[in-house]
Structures are given as C-alpha cells and as structure tokens.
Design a protein around this ligand. Structure first.
Ligand code: HEM
Length: 406
C-alpha cells in the first residue's frame, strides 16, 4: 500500500471527470487510504465503505475548522468566517447547539406540509419547456427547483432569486468554469463577498419587517433566547441556502442522466411508478452529488488500513467510492432500481447526517416523478460522453449543462 502522495493532477484527470468510478475502484484495491498532494491543500482520501462509516463517526476526525488551530486557513482561506463558520464546520457541543436551533424546521412533518408548493414549482418549471421539444435541464429545471424552494423557505424575496443564484453558481462552478485560475479565485471571492453583504442586509431588513419565514425564526432565536449570535445567523442562513439547493440540483441532473442511459431501468420505473422512493435511493448511491464529505481534521495520529494519518492532516471521506464498494453492495457499478434499499451513505453518517434529507427526498421524488410523467419521450440531446461536467477535483459531482429533447 502506497504512502507516496499522489499529485492531484494525476488523480483528477478528464477520464475521472467523465467517470470517477474506475479510479475509486483502483484506489479501494491499491490505496484505500490515499494521500493526495494538491496546490490547494494536501489530504488523505478514505475510499472503502467500512472505513468511511467509521471515519464519519470517529471523534479523532474533527470538523472544528475554526478552532485555535485555524485549519480553515488551509481549506477556505482568510476572511471565510462570515459564511463558513457554521454547524457543518464545527464539533459538538457547538454543533449540537446550532443544529438544534433549526432541526425543528426540517422535521419530516414540517417538510410534508411543503408538498403542494413543491408540486406547483415543479409544474410551473415544466410548463415553460413542455411545448418546446428541447431544454437545458440543469438551468431550466434541476437548479431552479431546489433554489426556489429553499429561497421561499428562508424568505428571500423573489426579485432577488436571480442574483443569489448567479453568486451561488460562481461558487459551484469554481474550477470548472473555463476561467483562468486567478480569475476564478477572484470571481469566487467576489461572489462570496456579495452573498455575505446580501445576507447580512437581508437579516437587517427582516428585523425591521418580520415575516413568517425561517430567517425570521432564526432572528427570534437570536434576539429573544440569545441562543444565536448575529454572525451565526448569517452563516446558518448561508449554509441552508447553499446546502439546500446545490446538492439536490446536481442529484436531479445526475439521476436524469443515469436513467436516460439505462433505458431498461427507466422503462421499468415508468411502468412501475411506485418504485420511485426506492429508485431515488439507488440513484443517489449510483452517482451522488457530493463525492467527498466535507473535510475533517485528524486531531491526533490515526491509523486506517495500516496507513498512519498524521495529526493535523485533512481527511476526505469519499462517499461515492464507499457507495460502490463491492464488499457492501453486490455488483456495485450496476444501476438496479429494484436493489433492496441498502445502507448507502449518500446523505452522510453520524452527527452531520444531512439535515435536509426529508426535503431532498421530497424534491427529488416529485421533481423526477413529474418530469418522467410529463416528458414521456425524454432523451439526451448529445451523446453521454459529450456532456459538460464539473471537474473531478470539484467538491461536487454534477453537470454544467444537460441538453435534452422530448
Ligand atoms: C449535510 C448530502 C440536500 C442541508 C449533508 C451531508 C451530506 C449531505 C453527505 C454530510 C456532510 C458531511 O458530513 O461532511 C445531501 C444530498 C442532498 C442534500 C445528497 C440532496 C440530494 C440537502 C437539503 C438541505 C440540506 C435540501 C436543506 C437545507 C444540509 C445541512 C447539512 C447537510 C444543513 C449539515 C448538517 C450538519 O452539519 O449537522 N448533506 N444533502 N441538504 N445537509 Fe444535505
């Protein structure tokens, strides 16, 4: 087993952008705990299912990026507290306090009440394209669906949705946009700054004109119960906004491609719509939108699979590799919508398990289910190999564009 760091440029190739699963299989077999060196930061990738699950609950692998050791500097750079010092980047008890503040709002019962509105949004987006015979499904459907839902939940005015979307897309496509690296970095910093100012101003405006939305509920927690600081209010809003649409959008895109390139599975789903909830879980296992969980830090030397990960190292748990581990999933590279709902880790594992899981499942089920019903002749407009994707080194697995005909 190698402990020689693999340069990121050797790992994250164009082939890996198109299909990362052969590389993951190779790593699981030859270097299940793989040190990777990159101009951004060095890290260790954990690729086997059992190790991944253990790592996601290992208290020696911390998420406290903003503690005294300032690990965030290596990962996000300076001036990142304004948006990123949130629950995802903290450990208990901080994490528990922040998560408790909003977990009520994401309880399955509350999310269920959103079902009619999600259905309306899905239909209105499809109404716009259904008579055109063609569409670019990322921008016409997969991105605006979860974006509209989370903006409405938070209470972001409709007139602002477009510019908020523009900023979040600059962050999402970082490293894949075709911009020169320096220009790309500047564009991301600029978008983050705009988002920070925008969300801070919005919180201020809502203090003056309270409404029945999630930002106002957070303001109440901040003011009346003193449970949330002003900064935490903005960072929590940013986390919900970003986590609330990014992954779901990429998931809907990836799932659509998986279905359109597996016609027999698609046909089965069309003729057996009650398979949908189970199919969504298999599609998430098959090609999830978050290939690697957010970075962890080793607080002491830890050993996984015989490889010593030194204290202070950044650790990436490769969710999409774990979900293709043959030790856990029989014939893992086969899409099988009838696969028994197995314990995939597409929504994470442990205390940071996805807070928005009920919302994500509902959006995906209504979105994909309605799309298949209303677009019965849906097909790719370009060969699968020509689809433009986010680069393999991106934190997200998704499509830049999804041209379809129907
Ligand atoms: C955390 C996946 C949709 C909110 C996570 C994590 C994963 C994940 C893997 C854990 C990350 C880690 O441990 O590093 C997904 C997928 C989604 C999705 C695959 C869609 C298909 C959503 C939605 C929301 C959301 C719709 C709504 C706001 C969050 C939040 C966290 C999180 C707030 C942080 C939880 C914590 O730190 O305790 N998600 N997510 N996610 N997700 Fe999702």
């Amino acid at each position: 087993m190698t402990e020689r760091p693999v340069p990121a440029s050797e790992l994250y190739t164009d082939e890996m952008t198109a299909d990362p699963y052969p590389t993951f299989a190779h790593l699981r077999e030859t270097a299940p705990v793989c040190p990777v060196s990159s101009p951004r930061y060095d890290s260790y990738l954990i690729t086997r299912y059992d190790d991944a699950k253990t790592a996601l609950t290992d208290p020696r692998l911390s998420k406290d990026l903003y503690g005294p050791d300032k690990h965030y500097l290596r990962i996000f750079g300076p001036n990142s507290e304004g948006l990123n010092k949130n629950m995802l980047n903290s450990d208990p008890p901080e994490h528990t306090r922040l998560r408790r503040m909003i977990s009520q709002a994401f309880a399955p019962r509350r999310i269920e009440a959103l079902r009619p509105r999600v259905g309306e949004i899905v239909d209105s987006l499809l109404d716009k394209v259904v008579h055109q015979g063609e569409a670019e499904l990322m921008h016409d459907f997969a991105i605006p669906l979860p974006m509209t839902v989370i903006c409405e939940l938070l209470g972001i005015p409709e007139s602002d949705h477009e510019r908020v979307l523009d900023w979040t897309q600059v962050i999402r496509t970082s490293g894949s946009s075709g911009r020169a690296p320096e220009e790309d970095k500047a564009a991301v910093q600029d978008a983050q700054l705009h988002l920070h100012h925008y969300l801070s101003d919005l919180v201020q405006a809502k203090r003056e004109a309270p409404a029945d939305d999630m930002i106002c509920a957070l303001i109440d927690a901040c003011d009346q119960e003193g449970k949330l600081s002003e900064r935490e209010l903005v960072t929590t809003t940013f986390l919900l906004l970003f986590a609330g649409h990014q992954t779901t959008a990429d998931f809907i895109g990836n799932a659509t491609v998986a279905l359109l390139t597996h016609p027999e599975q698609l046909g089965m789903l069309r003729s057996t719509p009650e398979l949908l909830p189970q199919a969504i879980e298999e599609l998430l296992r098959f090609d999830g939108p978050l290939p690697v969980a957010s970075p962890r830090i080793a607080t002491e030397d830890v050993v996984y699979d015989g490889v010593r990960i030194p204290r202070g190292s950044i650790v990436g748990v490769v969710i999409n590799s774990a979900n293709h581990d043959p030790a856990q999933f029989a014939d893992p590279d086969r899409l099988d919508l009838c696969r028994e709902r197995g314990p995939h880790i597409g929504f994470g594992h442990g205390v940071h398990y996805c807070l928005g899981v009920s919302l994500a499942r509902m959006e995906a089920r209504i979105g994909i289910g309605t799309m298949l019903r209303r677009l019965p002749n849906l097909r790719l407009a370009v060969p699968p190999g020509e689809l433009r994707r986010l680069a393999a080194a991106s934190p997200f697995r998704g499509l830049l564009e999804l041209p379809v005909e129907f």
